[in-house]
Design a protein around this ligand. Structure first.
Ligand code: 5AD
Ligand code: SF4
Length: 469
């Protein structure tokens, strides 16, 4: 069952926050925490809440591990290489722990939510003091207090459908861009994916909670609001408020800001959503629509619930309705049983869509998923060859993709110093495209109009002008 963490439980954690703060205030120097989030934006967002709680407990922050009093890794399980990186990083902390017995090491998030990983972490990495799963992040103050008070190790990985904890403190990584989770978990069980197993069932935040948070952020002068969810298109089933409806409500907020979102599942992406973007004042003209494969046979094996034709229809509609729409995607190469012919269909789809960019991954076997039990005869070497072929195709598309903006005038939020040439400032357009232009430092934080004169594979360059198209 999905439950909202009760006020009573949150109150209890606030008491632990005060107790840890009391302990830390007696130290001669402010203790420092090093927090690192691996993986997706949702993890980064969780990391911001972890930092919020740690700050209230009296911790300062450090980017180094060497001078930290508390090291926390917020882990990702989506592919094996992400997990290997965590094991490597945690292993490297052994020396630090030997030199400083008071160092607290905590590992949390998706990776350790898997039973076999938690067991390995506990057995083979005795330097780790706290291992916590995805459903108990809000209990971190208690876990840290118990470690400080009686030096015991904590392992907290409850199995449950998931919780929602409202009102946690947050320290945001940026003063301009803010992530706002609108839902958690996933019910789709794509056969390759571990997320539904480690993040629990799909659950949405109340529309009024999301609205209040976004309104507050706009008041605080945030310029980009990134709405997060594994499948934002199925937002709000509990409340009878669709994702399009939520977007329209958020779009009604007055102010100069942009709304973007990730990730949109093609099976639930509707023409209504595309119309909502096209007719909006604030919503980014960018659609991240993970296709995963261009082969109908493989899409079926992946349990994606759409086919190539339906996907391409959506893309066509988005291109028709949203001016110069920016399309990006995720693709998996080498899913079990994929043949070169299947792979070629992905390449062809890529050429048809003409993505601005694509996140491409070699299939990684995840224990416990359906695909993990499927025969997988293609060798890693062969998958590597296909993968490089796909990259080359996308690089060639990406080289030219931004040419469509040349001669057009776009609105840009000036964010800082540019990278394409000396003396240029930079920002992002409504499409999420990097725009470098002849601005000045005093423009940082302001919107300006830029006429595009040149395109590169990863940015466009232009000159300041008076009006937008
Ligand atoms: N192997 C490779 N890539 C994966 N992804 C998810 N699970 C796997 C896996 N087992 C990719 C998908 C998804 C993105 C976030 O990660 O493309 O959209
Ligand atoms: Fe994984 Fe599919 Fe859910 Fe995305 S929609 S998190 S790929 S199961």
């Amino acid at each position: 069952m999905i439950t909202e963490v009760s006020e009573k439980e949150l109150m209890l954690q606030r008491e632990y926050i005060a107790k840890v703060k009391e302990i830390n205030s007696k130290l001669s120097e402010i203790p420092l925490a090093h927090v690192h989030s691996f993986g997706c934006q949702q993890n980064v967002s969780d990391g911001e809440k972890i930092k919020g709680m740690l700050a209230l407990m009296g911790y300062g922050f450090t980017r180094e591990t060497e001078n930290a009093d508390l090291i926390l890794f917020n882990t990702c399980a989506v592919r094996e290489n992400a997990e290997d990186r965590v094991f490597g990083n945690v292993g490297a902390l052994k020396k630090l722990k030997e030199n400083n017995r008071n160092l607290i090491i905590a590992v949390g998030g998706c990776m350790v939510q898997q039973e076999h990983i938690a067991a390995k972490m506990r057995k083979s990495f005795p330097q780790v003091d706290i291992i916590f799963g995805t459903h108990v992040m809000h209990n971190l103050p208690q876990m840290i207090y118990e470690k400080l008070a009686d030096r015991k190790r904590t392992l907290s990985i409850p199995e449950c459908d998931g919780v929602i904890a409202e009102g946690l403190p947050v320290i945001r990584e940026s003063k301009v861009k803010a992530s706002v989770p609108i839902m958690y978990g996933c019910n789709n069980f794509c056969t390759y994916c571990i997320v539904p197993f480690v993040r629990g069932r799909e659950r949405s935040r109340k529309p009024e909670d999301v609205f209040a948070e976004v309104e507050g952020l706009v008041k605080d002068n945030y310029k980009e609001i990134l709405l997060l969810g594994q499948n934002v298109n199925s937002y709000g089933k509990e409340y009878g408020v669709s994702f399009s409806e939520l977007l329209r409500r958020l779009d009604s907020i007055e102010g100069d800001f942009k709304i973007s979102f990730m990730t949109s599942h093609p099976k639930d992406c509707t023409e209504e959503l595309i119309d909502t973007i096209a007719d909006s004042r604030h919503i980014s003209y960018h659609l991240h629509l993970p296709v995963q494969s261009g082969s109908d046979r493989i899409l079926k094996e992946m349990n994606r619930h759409y086919n190539r034709e339906r996907y391409l229809k959506l893309v066509e509609y988005a291109k028709k309705r949203i001016p110069d729409v920016a399309l990006t995607t995720d693709i998996i190469v080498g899913f079990p049983g994929e043949t070169y012919e299947d792979f070629k269909e992905t390449v062809e789809l890529m050429k048809t869509v003409q993505y601005d960019s694509a996140y491409t991954f070699i299939y990684s076997r995840r224990e416990g998923t359906k695909a993990a039990a499927m025969p997988d005869p293609v060798t890693d070497e062969e998958k590597g060859v296909w993968f490089r072929e796909l990259l080359e195709v996308q690089n060639a598309i990406g080289e030219k993709a931004y040419e469509r903006f040349i001669g057009k005038t776009v609105r840009v939020l000036c964010e800082g110093i540019g990278r394409t040439a000396d003396g240029l400032m930079t920002g992002h357009s409504r499409h999420g495209v990097i725009v470098d232009f002849n601005g000045t430092m005093d423009m940082i934080g302001q919107y300006v109009n830029v006429k595009i004169t040149k395109s590169c594979p990863w940015a466009v360059v232009g000159e300041l002008v008076g009006d937008t198209d």
